[in-house]
Design a protein around this ligand. Structure first.
Ligand code: KG4
Ligand code: ZN
Length: 328
């Protein structure tokens, strides 16, 4: 079974070939054009996808050393994401599917992020808890079995990725903010300043990051670098506040569900400070992290999940983009 995965939900144009659970190629083009605007411009993202899709898919097919006619199904992200960006990928997928005479199936981007952990550990066993932390989502999931998921908690306001991106903007760093904050926090003192951790009550599994961002905004208004406290220390302290909050909520979710395994997914899961703190604090369960290349948006996770979904395939081309698609 050979699956072509296509991902265009935001600012990554990506294609991948998966053959029976094995990723043969994984091509991602990150649209750097958005960094000069300090965030993703939806219209620009759609146009870039349109410009790049053919090239990226051709490269994914070439890298995998298969013939395009060997592809059995196409899996494409249909949400959540930017409407125009999703539509470019879906239209391309449908056109190619009709041309090749093969089915095209819609994939939920969030579900695919969770399943990127099976690429890290094909023997991953259900049930497990997943911390899903991306630019638009911060959620804790109880994954009971395939297509049987229960939402334990999510953010009431900003996502963790947004906290990184907005924080980076306040620090004068570029977009996307997560990798920039991680880079500039290196060598800084994470205890130099205490930013609030919004834990929302003893047992809460919900998140809130908007207060943290406001507190940084006020702090930076009066901040001047000195010999005692450098900007790097403040960046490290800000990153620590996000990471501490995430780790505390993961601990609570593990305690509540009594699972033996915990995984993380989404762009923020690439953060090394988060990975280290989870490792140091969570000893009672097996922790699994996807490879960094599978944390950020990619099509390998789309192709992999598409292959799993194809076994229950019952519709063909009868789907569209759903920008606010939920995972249930
Ligand atoms: O999953 P993703 O690539 O796209 C969405 O589905 O949203 O996540 C993007 C988010 C951005 O907010 C970005 O700043 C954040 O993930 N991110 C990171 C790191 N790499 C990406 N945040 C913290 N540390 C990183 N190393
Ligand atoms: Zn994503």
């Amino acid at each position: 079974m050979i699956t072509l995965g296509i991902e265009t939900s935001c600012d990554e144009t990506a294609a991948s070939i998966c053959d029976s659970g094995k990723i043969l190629s994984n091509v991602v083009s990150s649209q750097l054009i958005h960094s000069k605007f300090g965030g993703v411009v939806p219209e620009v993202a759609s146009r870039e996808h349109e410009r790049l899709l053919n090239l990226i898919i051709e490269k994914a097919v070439k890298d995998s050393k298969i013939d395009i006619k060997d592809i059995n199904i196409i899996a494409v992200t249909n949400g959540p994401g930017l409407s125009g960006a999703l539509l470019t990928g879906i239209s391309f997928a449908k056109g190619l599917g009709v041309g090749l005479g093969i089915p095209v199936i819609p994939i939920n981007h969030l579900e695919a992020h969770i399943f990127s952990n099976f690429l890290a550990d094909p023997l991953l066993l259900y049930p497990f808890v997943c911390l899903l932390v991306s630019g638009g989502h911060t959620q804790l999931w109880y994954i009971k079995s395939f297509e049987n998921y229960h939402l334990l908690g999510e953010t009431r306001d900003d996502a963790a990725g947004e906290a990184f991106d907005k924080g980076a903007r306040i620090f004068g760093l570029s977009y996307p903010g997560g990798p920039e904050i991680e880079k500039f926090a290196k060598g800084g003192n994470p205890n130099a300043h205490f930013f609030p951790r919004s834990l929302l009550g003893k047992d809460s599994l919900e998140f809130s990051f908007s207060g943290l961002k406001t507190s940084l905004l006020y702090f930076m208004d009066n901040f001047k670098e000195s010999k005692l406290i450098k900007k790097r220390d403040i960046i490290a302290s800000y990153q620590q506040a996000i990471v501490d909050t995430l780790v505390e909520k993961v601990s609570r979710a593990i305690f509540k569900t009594k699972v033996n395994t915990c995984v993380i997914a989404g762009g923020v899961a690439a953060n090394k400070c988060l990975r280290e703190k989870l490792k140091d604090n969570i000893k009672e369960v097996k922790l699994i992290y996807p490879n960094i290349t599978y944390c950020n948006d990619n099509a390998a996770m789309i192709a992999y999940l598409g292959e799993k979904k194809s076994k229950r395939l019952n519709n063909y081309l009868s789907f569209s983009a759903i920008p606010n698609l939920k995972l249930k």
